[in-house]
Design a protein around this ligand. Structure first.
Ligand code: FES
Length: 488
């Protein structure tokens, strides 16, 4: 029996990003019908696919883990209760199928016997019986049901699929993740606040399927809401494949202003004059933001209190851990405190925001052309990680110009992306001055022969880089409505 898989499940089985399958479908290398892929067709396109080949999946997952910081560190099984419920549902389905097969079997055996009796005196019926016997022999002797069936069943026990309405997006809930956690990791822009069942902002209606509470909640859902199927996404996981109705943020206007006191988790040296500032929000007060946005950081420094706007370098899928790339600069009070080691792990930093519209178009699957100069790489990295998590974007081209002695301080990160995503390409360029470098970058983009009018273009860096780069790229075909710039 043919199994139809949606893109998320098919990609999970094949161990490739969804974008890879989308490209194969677009190129006619993989047949799909209404967004669904026949399991047999998937097996044809990935003939090496078998359970032992999970290594491929593991490899991609491992590289992504490294790329995304705190992504899923290990693929864990769900809790015993959830596992038991999923196994029970699978067992029921198996029992139903077994009953059905037994009934068909009895029917065929009976028909065969009757036909045998009648065929004794009738040559035409004898011929028909011969055809039936031959057909049955062929059917029963054929390859056992393709191994994808077994794999799909295993995947359904390990993970459940969530369909978000009305957008129709899909993602998978794995391990002990709540629906909210899994959704954020998959690049969904859900509404949420505390992440711990207190604020009620993640309330959503479960339209079909079964969910289970995995975390205590203080937020009181009314009886009417419970009857209507409402549940908190942060305290529930999916037991079976489910559909949930909830609003997703469309743009910066849908993200509320927040005031949070975070703690310095770590300060790392990325290069002699570039440091990574890693803040962590309280468990009950996470920062909701869109990839590419900035926040205003406030520090109480020995040299006086100071505030400074900084671009987030991390993915919204890891909403408690906020990363910033800070360059050594005389005029920056934050950099002064950081490089003088006055801002240390444990220190409190106020976070206000988010701000800025340097964000991805929620519905766009167009290729991304991402252009950064020096620490302009930070917001570009945030965009890239979010787009990769969402697996919606067709391709990513990164151009990173370094004009400082620190060079491409996260070149390893770029190489890790290139190894994990076959739709990612990157060019690392150097130039003594941002203005001259902007033209070098433009030439490199033009040489790639990417049709810029079909792309979403993002440019981030110092003003003397951003302005000529935007002019150059728009002169080469980038559309103003699809070009976003961020001056740092
Ligand atoms: S995010 Fe606050 S209750 Fe779920």
């Amino acid at each position: 029996m043919s199994q139809w898989l949606n893109l998320a499940r098919a990609a999970q089985l094949a161990g490739v990003p969804r974008g890879t399958l989308q490209r194969m479908i677009g190129a006619g290398e993989l047949a799909a019908f209404d967004g669904l892929i026949d399991a047999a067709e998937l097996l044809r396109a990935f003939p090496q696919l078998k359970l032992e080949d999970a290594g491929l999946f593991e490899k991609v997952a491992r590289i992504r883990d490294e790329s995304f910081g705190r992504r899923v560190r290990e693929r864990m099984l769900p809790s015993q209760e959830v596992l038991a419920q999923r196994l029970f549902a699978q067992g029921q389905e198996l029992a139903d199928l077994r009953r059905l097969v037994q009934a068909y079997h009895a029917l065929v055996v009976d028909a065969q016997a009757r036909l045998g009796e009648l065929a004794a005196d009738d040559r035409r019926l004898a011929g028909l019986k011969g055809m039936l016997d031959e057909g049955l022999k062929r059917a029963l002797g054929a390859e056992p049901a393709d191994r994808l069936d077994a794999m799909v069943n295993v995947m359904q026990v390990i993970s459940a699929q969530v369909t978000v309405l009305p957008s129709g997006r899909h993602f998978l809930v794995e391990g002990n993740d709540s629906i909210l956690q899994a959704g954020l990791k998959a690049g969904m822009r859900f509404a949420y606040g505390c992440g711990t069942g207190t604020c009620g902002l993640c309330k959503a209606r479960v339209v079909s399927g079964e969910v289970r509470q995995i975390q205590h909640s203080d937020y009181p859902l009314s009886e009417v809401e419970k009857q209507q199927g409402y549940a908190l996404l942060c305290t529930h996981t999916a037991v079976s494949d489910i559909a949930v109705e909830t609003l997703e943020a469309r743009g910066p206007g849908d993200i509320p202003a927040q005031d949070i006191v975070a703690t310095v988790r770590a300060v790392e040296t990325l290069a002699p004059d570039t440091r990574l500032l890693h803040l962590q929000t309280p468990r009950t007060n996470r920062l909701r933001f869109l990839a590419g946005q900035s926040v205003t950081l406030g520090i109480a420094d020995a040299n006086g209190d100071a505030t400074q706007t900084a671009a987030l370098a991390s993915c919204p899928c890891d909403e408690r851990n906020l990363h910033f790339h800070i360059a050594r600069e005389e005029a920056s009070p934050l950099a002064q405190a950081l490089f003088a080691d006055r801002l240390r792990p444990g220190a409190a930093v106020s976070v206000r925001g988010p701000s800025g519209d340097f964000v991805l178009d929620a519905d766009s699957a167009r290729p991304l052309v991402l252009v950064a100069c020096d620490t302009g790489f930070a917001p570009i990295k945030s965009l890239l990680e979010h787009a990769m998590a969402g697996e919606q974007v067709e391709a990513f081209d990164l151009y990173w110009l370094a004009t400082r002695a620190d060079g491409h301080y996260l070149a390893n990160q770029c190489r890790a992306w290139a190894a994990a995503f076959d739709n990612f390409s990157h060019r690392l360029l150097t130039d003594a001055a941002p203005g001259a470098g902007a033209w070098q970058v433009t030439e490199a983009v033009v040489a790639s022969r990417r049709e810029l009018a079909q792309c979403d273009v993002f440019v981030a860096g110092p003003a003397e880089f951003v302005q000529p780069a935007v002019e150059g790229l728009q002169g080469a075909g980038a559309l103003p409505g699809r070009t976003r710039a961020l001056v740092l």
